[in-house]
Design a binder for this molecule. Sequence first.
Ligand code: FES
Ligand SMILES: [Fe+2]
Length: 317
Amino acid sequence: MKPILPGAPWLIAHRSMLGINQPHKITLNGQYYVIWQNQKGEVFALDNICPHMQAPLSDGWVCRDRDTITCPFHALEFDGKGRLYRGDKTDNQAITQPLELIISNDCIWTYAGFEPRLPIPELHQTVVDEYEFLGVTGEKSIQGEFLSNLMVNYDYNHQNGTHKELFKITSCDVSYFEENGYYTKIKQELKRADNTLGEIIKNPILGIFPKALSNTLEYAFPSTTVFFAKTPIGDIAQTHILYPETENRTKTFILMYAKVKNPMMKFLFKNSVLRAGATVIEQDTGAVESLYPRQKPKIRLPNEEIMFYAEKLYRDW
Ligand code: FES
Ligand SMILES: [Fe+2]
């Protein structure tokens, strides 16, 4: 496939998603990689295709003493630099490609071998400086091209359909829009109707979400959308991550960060925001996966210029 947005920094995983000495398969822009983390917290990634007879290394196993991955087919062993280990020594030369990684605040980024065109977004640092990491939620591989998934995040009307049941939003006003190249920021005033008890039991966060919400959304194109919201129990910085797996598949997950006012409430708050985040992704996925191929829209809704601004960044890359 022709790579999507080559030279963009992609956040392929958070450290907490990797476990210890467990191989994971990552698909990025049509390339397959295996990634693992050892007990010291070092992270390694290689081309997932075994250079012997093309078995997926991610189905193999990691040796904790040697920091190697063993191919599941004929049990050849490779270290994190892609060098074959045989007998009791490692070859000097790599035989398979390592994937270059940048680890920042437990987030694992890569340019997948392309010349970097944008830095790792500062937005992540501003979140980490102020908020505490709660966990990852809503991890999904969505059947849908990257652009459709990207545009949902800049779409201030889909809450009326896609998230109607969840948030009961009755009005959404975008009061402020700032664009600075690949960074954009908006302020959004939302009004909500009451949720039923059943809905609150399913998603307890709804019980504490105010009726009028002033949210901020900050974007670091193309990987990151942070939704900042305040509730009486705590403030959240819900960080949506996207990367293109293939032409028609997009990976997403949410890194949930929060500031909880009362430590006693932390556990409950954590579980409910993680659950609500997963529901949001579920709903967005359903919307994107059901779309017919994109055509020029014949109807315009308010605030869509922000979404088209993101589309333009994509097309002009
Ligand atoms: S295919 Fe990997 S060891 Fe043979
Ligand atoms: Fe959504």
